[in-house]
Structures are given as C-alpha cells and as structure tokens.
Design a protein around this ligand. Structure first.
Ligand code: ADP
Ligand code: MG
Length: 302
C-alpha cells in the first residue's frame, strides 16, 4: 500500500485506473480548521476499506469529499480512473457511488419491499420514480424484473420475512438493513457507510456485519465497501485495508494485521512509548479492540 502514502500525483503513479475509488492529496479546511491534511485512500474492486480514528479525526469529512458532498481545497478524487473531484453527488451516484446515512431517511409509511422497489426504480427509470415519489401510496405494481431484483436483495439481506412490514414498525437494526438495501438497489460499485453499527446492540451489529460479508462475497458488480466505524474490532475483522485518521492526518494504512502492530497506532491508542492516548473518551474501545487479536466468529442468524 505504499502508493497510498506516496504524495505523488496520478502522473506516473500506478493504478488509479484499476481502482474503484481513489483519492490523493486531499486537504479540506473549514475556516481556520484543517479537517483533512494530505489524505489518500485507495479502494480496489471487491474490497472492504475500513476508516477508523477518534471523534473529529475527519472520517465523515473524507466520506463527504469522496461522495461529492464536500469540495476539497486540494487533491483529486477518481471513480474508476475518472477524475470526479469537481462533479456533483448526483453525477457520482449515477456513476455507481452509493452511500448510507447515519440517520436513515426512510419513508416511514412504506414497506421494506416498497423502499427497495423505489430505490431500484431510481436507477432504471427515474421518470417513473418521480411519479411514485409524488404519491408513494399509488406505487405502480413492480414488473417481473423489478420483483426478481428486489427478491434477490431481500434474500441477500435476510429481509424476506419482513418484506411487507412498514419500516416504521421495525427495529433500528432492520432499518439499517433497509438503508443498505436501498443503496444496493442502485447497483453501485462502491458503497460508503458512515458508522452503520452506531446505536445497534451486539446482535444487531453482528447481523449487519454478517450481511456486509455476504454482500462482498456474493456480489455481481465488483462491489467494494468503505466503512467508517467506531468499533475497531469490527473494522479490523471486516476490512482488507484499514486507514487510520488522527486529527485529519493519516496515521497509518495497511492490512488489519499491520494496523494492529503499527507502532504509530499503538503509540496513539495504546499509550506505548512516550505518547498518551489523545482522546481518553475514545481510548478504551480502541484499546480493547486492538488488544483483542482473536477475531470474533460472527454468528450468521440464518
Ligand atoms: P469524524 O467523522 O472523524 O468524527 P468529522 O469529519 O465529522 O470527524 O470532523 C472533522 C473535523 O472537522 C471536526 O473538528 C469537525 O468539527 C470539523 N467539521 C466537520 N464538518 C464541518 C463543517 N461542515 N463545518 C465546520 N467544521 C466541520
Ligand atoms: Mg463522523
């Protein structure tokens, strides 16, 4: 992963064309505050990239820069090799970049199935979607192809049993799955997830993580996930590559094993050497997670 930390631009540097998503030299300032300083990320097809770091490290800001919500002061973002730094959220979404939100924004009256049908329609026939959105209760009956696609998603997410339940009646863990399902219904090749486990209990977290594994294992579109998460153990267990941000800077990047053993990470979070943990509020879960090198065997509820 040396190219990630290599500040050299795209010219002559290997491979942004082979990557699903890449960003280099990203600097993002909010007034006098530098939220990201010279940050890079590389997302290969069919991979899971984890983004960890204490509160305020710049994780959500980086997702915002990647999705098009924020325009960086410096740096470049590529989607499948194409420079999209100055393109809108919509245009990136149309090119296959999806994201979920920490606060799910669902239509509480609609059923799980209706959400997935609508999301699928947004991709394949936006004009029809517009009509559905104006009056969701008059939702046109799904076509055979729509039903097949949606049935596949319901199955993948283990949502078949609650397909006809209004989302308002469902627990947060299931609502998160619907949110992921909506994102997947647009057939993205990169899905950005900002703290998908927040607010979930152990069972809900394990269920969602097992779904993420299944999504990556079964995917037809070379789908990759970029996951921001407080639960470092979960990120280390799930990710192929982990990026550690600290005060807007890249503290470390590498495979989960490298990250566990990285001296800078250990110094910042485990209090090795001279340094003490920068944020006592964040230190305990990180210490627990990094010391817990035995990966949990997530229980698949099905
Ligand atoms: P994280 O997601 O890692 O907790 P954020 O990316 O949300 O961190 O925030 C990084 C820093 O940028 C924080 O200091 C935060 O207060 C600041 N910040 C984030 N968004 C904005 C904004 N829209 N305007 C001003 N400051 C912001
Ligand atoms: Mg955040």
């Amino acid at each position: 992963m040396s190219s990630v930390t290599d500040p050299a631009g795209p010219t002559g540097s290997a491979g942004v064309g082979d990557l699903s998503l890449a960003a280099r030299d990203i600097t993002m300032r909010f007034g006098g505050l530098t939220a990201l300083s010279n940050v890079a990320i590389e997302v290969a097809p069919r991979s899971v990239v984890g983004l960890v770091g204490p509160n305020g490290a710049g994780k959500s800001t980086l997702l915002g820069v990647l999705s098009g919500l924020l325009r960086p002061n410096d740096g470049t973002v590529w989607l499948r090799g194409e420079d999209v730094t100055h393109t809108s959220i919509r245009s990136r979404a149309a090119r296959g970049l999806a994201r979920t939100f920490q606060q799910p924004e669902l239509f509480m009256g609609l059923t799980v199935r209706e959400h997935l049908v609508l999301a699928h329609r947004a991709r394949v026939s936006p004009r029809r979607l517009w009509r559905d959105m104006m009056d969701p209760r008059s939702l046109l009956p799904p076509s055979k192809a729509e039903n097949e696609r949606v049935d596949g998603l319901l199955e993948l997410l283990r949502l078949t049993r609650v397909a006809n339940a209004p989302v308002a009646a469902l627990p947060l863990g299931v609502i998160r799955l619907v949110e992921v399902g909506r994102a997947l219904a647009s057939d993205p090749f990169v899905l950005l997830l900002d703290e998908p486990l927040s607010g979930l209990d152990t069972h809900g977290s394990e269920n969602l993580l097992s779904v993420f594994r299944r999504i990556v294992a079964h995917n037809e579109h070379d789908l990759s996930l970029v996951i921001v998460e407080h639960d470092v153990a979960a990120v280390l267990a799930l990710s192929d590559v982990v990026v550690v941000l600290d005060f807007g800077e890249m503290l470390a990047v590498g495979g989960p094993e490298e990250i566990r053993n990285d001296p800078a990470v250990r110094a910042a979070y485990l209090g090795d050497g001279e340094k003490t943990p920068r944020s006592t509020a964040e230190a305990p879960p990180l210490i627990d997670s990094l010391l817990d090198v035995v990966l949990p065997d997530w229980v698949d509820p099905s």
